[in-house]
Design a protein around this ligand. Structure first.
Ligand code: BTN
Length: 326
């Protein structure tokens, strides 16, 4: 009921009368009033005016199960939602849930991660109340070799989710970091459990710095948040919704071909450093070239001075613009 009331308040410009809420939900005035009181305790600013009803003031960023549910318009991604105030890592949580048989589309979201995992064995800074730390469970029917591109799809989904909810032109740093103002805004960690040549499940872990005001010293030069880029607090639930809706679209397209052919143009359009100089750092081999976008296999195309196009495979190398992190 909390979710329904939140949704009604959010979807209405102006006041919703108490009677209307009772009629829509088939409950008593007292029941509605109790939920309004709970929502206020959770931090929502809800005005109540005699003879007009209730109205949601432009609220602070509250993250809760009801808040996410009331924003969620996806068909399956995130519909089995697990919200945790605190967890070691949402990726680990999804692995535990997957082992217990949780369905595809299960989404774990946490307010704080005490052992957030980054790529290459690094930790992921996941403070309380300011980020989106979430992991999505997939149970693909395709072969394990096709799973490596999931991370590119996730980058596209986050990029689009952020553009739709904030209007910010967030870019992809190949293969899967999201960048704003030359700094990293989001990281993605995809993990997979296999048995012989079958995928048991995949976990797509997404960490977005949303309302972070300050980063630890060691990442201050390279990390940013939506708040630092805009100066305004951003509500996290609509971002989660937009990412889940975009994810469904990209994942379904990907399954048609099991390569990037239907997505190349859109991915490349948002690629940072496209048509500009990058430096490819491959083990024992470093070179400069112009980044030209990706191919169907999700490899980065880099054109060297002699006109040759090199394909850069993710995992093997790192690519930098010639100035700093991006
Ligand atoms: C990276 O190093 O760029 C990847 C960072 C991925 C962080 C996210 S936060 C949600 C999910 N849970 C984790 O422990 N890690 C991922």
């Amino acid at each position: 009921m909390k979710t329904e009331i939140l949704r009604c308040l959010r979807d209405t410009d102006g006041y919703v009368s108490g009677q209307e809420l009772c009629d829509r939900l088939g409950v008593s005035r007292t029941a509605v009033w109790k939920v309004i009181r709970q929502l206020r305790e959770e931090g929502y600013e809800i005005e109540a005016v005699r003879s007009r009803g209730y109205r949601m003031a432009e609220s602070r960023d509250v993250l809760s199960e009801s808040e996410i549910r009331s924003a969620l318009r996806s068909r399956w991604a995130g519909q089995n939602l697990i919200f945790l105030d605190r967890v070691d890592s949402t990726n680990r949580e999804i692995r535990r849930l997957a082992d217990q048989g949780a369905p595809e589309g299960t989404l774990a979201v946490a307010e704080i991660q005490t052992a957030g995992k980054g790529r290459r064995g690094r930790t992921w800074n996941s403070p309380c109340g300011s980020g989106i730390w979430m992991s999505l469970l997939l149970r693909p029917k395709f072969l394990p070799k096709h799973a490596s591109l999931l991370t590119l799809l996730a980058a596209m989904a986050v990029g689009r989710g952020i553009r739709e909810t904030t209007g910010l032109d967030c870019k992809i740093k190949w293969p899967n970091d999201l960048v704003l103002g030359g700094k990293k805004l989001c990281g993605i960690l995809t993990e997979m459990a296999t048995e012989e040549d079958t995928i048991c499940y995949c976990v797509v872990g997404i960490g977005i710095n949303v309302n972070t005001e300050e980063f630890p010293e060691d990442i201050r030069q390279t990390a940013t948040s939506l708040y630092l880029e805009t100066g305004a607090t951003v509500r996290r639930a609509p971002v989660i919704n937009a990412v889940m809706c975009a994810w469904e679209e990209y994942y379904e397209k990907y399954q048609e071909t099991l390569d990037m052919s239907l997505l190349i143009d859109e991915y490349s359009e948002h690629l940072i450093n496209r048509n500009s100089q990058v430096r490819v750092l491959a083990p024992g081999h470093e070179y400069n070239g112009i980044s030209r976008g990706i191919n169907e296999a999700g490899e980065l195309l880099v054109e060297t001075e002699d006109g040759q196009i090199h394909t850069v495979l993710s995992g093997e190398v790192s690519v930098r613009g010639i100035y700093g992190y991006v």
